[in-house]
Design a protein around this ligand. Structure first.
Ligand code: ZN
Length: 163
């Protein structure tokens, strides 16, 4: 049998990519602390696990409420179809991440931290589907007032005052 080097390289590349996608999905699944189900019968159902940091609970709730609203507006078929393509995913996730960032700002006026979490959370959450430049572009379009703020990380142990 004649070995075709390009074919072998393509095969190895595909295998490596598949492994990476599987790893990212498994990794993300472990961090998935909240999700919204859009059933064919009945109202959307929001599930939130208990191990969400106290200072992230409100933002997470608002993110999922946005998906519940999208489920009600689009209906279960259209809503589920959006999750099949990266463009569709971006169109439902960008508004949800922006709503969460706006909610975070109502209890914590640190706009640079809000901007950092907006970008970091969405890029981490969608890393296996969309590259970071497409995510940044989507956020700039969806909520420019927050997305254009400089980004600054801060220790996760710092609690939001009054909570
Ligand atoms: Zn989401």
């Amino acid at each position: 049998m004649k070995v075709r080097p390009l074919f072998v390289v393509a095969l190895l590349g595909a295998a490596a990519w598949g492994t990476r996608v599987a790893w990212v999905r498994a990794h993300r699944a472990a961090r998935n602390v909240a999700w919204t189900t859009c059933p064919f019968v009945g109202a959307p159902i929001i599930t939130m696990l208990n191990d969400i940091a106290p200072w992230d609970t409100f933002a997470t709730r608002v993110h999922e409420e946005k998906h519940a609203e999208q489920c009600r507006v689009l209906g279960p078929v259209k809503y589920r179809l959006r999750s099949l393509t990266s463009a569709g995913k971006l169109s439902v996730e960008a508004p949800a991440y922006c709503a969460a960032a706006a909610a975070r700002l109502t209890v914590d006026p640190d706009s640079q931290y809000a901007s950092d979490r907006l970008h970091t959370d969405m890029i981490e959450g969608m890393s296996d589907l969309v590259d970071s430049s497409a995510i940044k572009a989507a956020l700039l379009k969806e909520c420019p007032a927050i997305a254009t703020q400089p980004r600054r990380t801060r220790g996760r142990t710092r609690r939001v005052s009054g909570r």
